[in-house]
Structure formats: structure tokens, C-alpha cells
Write a protein that binds this ligand. Sequence first.
Ligand SMILES: Cc1ncc(COP(=O)(O)O)c(C=O)c1O
Length: 380
Amino acid sequence: MHFDTRAIHDGYDPSKNFGAVNPPINMSSTYSQSAPGKHQGYEYARSGNPTRAALEGVLASIENGTRAFAFSSGLGATDCVIKLLNAGDHVVVADDVYGGTFRIFDKTYKRFGLDFTFVDTTRPQNIEAAFTANTKMLFLESPSNPLLKITDIAAAAAVARKKGALTVVDNTFATPYLQNPLELGADVVLHSATKYLGGHSDVVLGVLVTKNDDLATKLAFNQNASGAVPGGLDCYLVHRGIKTLAVRMERACDNAEKVVTFLTEHPKVKQIYYPALIKHKNHEIARKQMKRFGAMISFEIKGSVADGVKVVSGRKIWTLGESLGGVESLLEHPASMTHASIPAETRKKIGLDDGLIRLSVGIEHAEDLIEDLVEGLDSF
Ligand SMILES: Cc1ncc(COP(=O)(O)O)c(C=O)c1O
């Protein structure tokens, strides 16, 4: 069955719910038992809840996995997957992962005895060189945030597999509609469903998906043991968002391509980061592993940090805000917002210019989006 159809129908059976076309929002924290241990599949809502089960069912389907796990945030999912490891283990991490991912690794899990090496994973030889005898996990994003770097997921996962380590891919930017890392050899896929999966900027939720039974058992244990689970309403909202993911992504990708064409021709734009561009370093890999090139764009202006602030401030259509992946277009300044927790020196080292502007292209009319950007670029 095609993705679009699975996204609408998988995970939930109306015939088991009075024919209700949408999964009921189940609010019970506990479930009655006819005798100790005898229940109808649910005992306590941290361990499982029917609304969450429906969401986890459709998530497993659209990522081509067998089991999915929902969390109260994307970072809750990251926290769960990193707990597969033990003190003394080493992790190779992409050097421009989301700032919050860097923070939990660097500030929290280092204290618990894990060791991290951050490398540019766009070159498989860097990954291999960073491996030590203790490396148990490779953690990457592709496309990455905010430089839209593309890692060859199949090549990276092959290196990790050869060394006996797991590969975890944060697929938030691509979404399961554009890319399925499990098909490329990843062991676990992670999402901040707060973004495209939810799609309407009204819910915070995280996801892990795998097709490895042993990992699924361990992740289910961690999910229940740590307890960062979402409530019924949040699960419902993400499930509803997934039903329109395919059409939203198509429209957002169309808009992104139009915005990139506009930026390419603008005299004040110095550099554009978008994997569809032939001159993008890993354009061919993006073409190979993604269905389209996504709706995230970053660009540098020929101007100062202050000029960048002028471009992003006071826009009529583009909302200045963190996050991404909603129907509304957002723009932001990574150095002072999403990536502020990465030290300035590290930001410089990884090529994150202080004047960089990141766009999350939504599904408004492209002409209105471009008109608003013209005004922004005219402001300095
Ligand atoms: C790529 C990526 N991964 C993970 C996260 C963390 O997700 P959440 O904010 O849902 O905890 C984010 C948040 O912005 C993100 O952009």
C-alpha cells in the first residue's frame, strides 16, 4: 500500500471503536482488571494507552518499521535511545545536531560516564576515524540542522554495523514521507513529531521507530521505566497531523523550491544551503536517499549580524520563532535562538555563520512568502 494511504488508515481500526473514524482520546490513567493481571490489553497509562497505541501503529507503518514508541518530546525520545548504552560507552555524533541534542549529550550524559565525539558525518571516513573500541552508537541527522548537511545514511550505517555499533538517525527534517532511514540500514529512527508529523505547531511529542525486535524490547522497557510518555490528546493531534503529511510535504517542497529560486537570484544573498542545489556538496546523495529535498532552507546574507536581525524582524507572513515543520512558515536566527546552547567557538568551527537565517517553509501561497522576504531583504 502507498504511503499516503497507510498514513491515513494504519494503526487504528474503527470497527473496534463503534465505527468512530478517528481514534477516541482515551484519558484513563488506569484500567480495570477482572482478576489480578487479567485485563483487556492496558493496565496503566504510562505503560500503554489505546490512543498512543494507534499513533505508534501508524508511525511504525510509515517509517517501514515494526514497532514505534511515542514520548512527551523529541528530547524524551533522545533520552530513551541513549539509555540503551552503559557508562564507559562511546558515541560518534554528527557535529551539527540540534542544539538540545548536543546539550543532553554534553551536559547530562557525559556526567553519567558516556563519552561523545562530534564529527562531520558527511564524510564516512570521518565516522570510521572517530570510532574507538568502546563505540556503541552512531547518532546523526540528515538533513542536518541548520546547515542542511547530507550524510550518506547507507554508508554511515555500514561503517557502524561493521564495527558492531547501532545507528540512530534523527529524521525530523526529512519526515518519513521523504526518507526512511531503516531502509538504508539505520537501527533506530528518531523524530521530533513536534515538527512535520504534528504539522500544526500545537503539540510537543517525540518518536522512536525500529524493526529490530531486541531493540524494541529494550526501548519499550526504557519508555515505561523513564516514563516520558505523551498524553492522549497529544497522541491524537500527532495522529491527525500524519494523515495530511503527504500533501503538506508536497506543497511545502514546492514552495521551498520557489523560495530557493528567488534567493538564488537575490544580490544580497551570499550563500544558500538547500540539498536540491546542484552545487550542494552532497546533492547526489540527497537525490539518492530522499524522495524530494524538503522544506528547510538556510541562507547567509551579505551583511552583518544586525542586518540579519533586521531581515527576520517584523515580517508579515513569516513568523519569527523557534521550531519548524508547521503549516505556517517560520524563520529564525540559529546563533541567537535554536543553536545558542552550542558555544560560539564550536559554532564557528562547524561553519554556523552568525548571520545565518533558517527558513521553515510552510504551505501558504509561495508568492506571498516571497513578497515578504523581498521586504525583509530590502530592510538593510
Ligand atoms: C532535528 C531535531 N531533533 C530533535 C529535536 C527535539 O525535539 P523536541 O523539541 O520535540 O523535544 C528538535 C527540536 O527542535 C529538532 O529540531
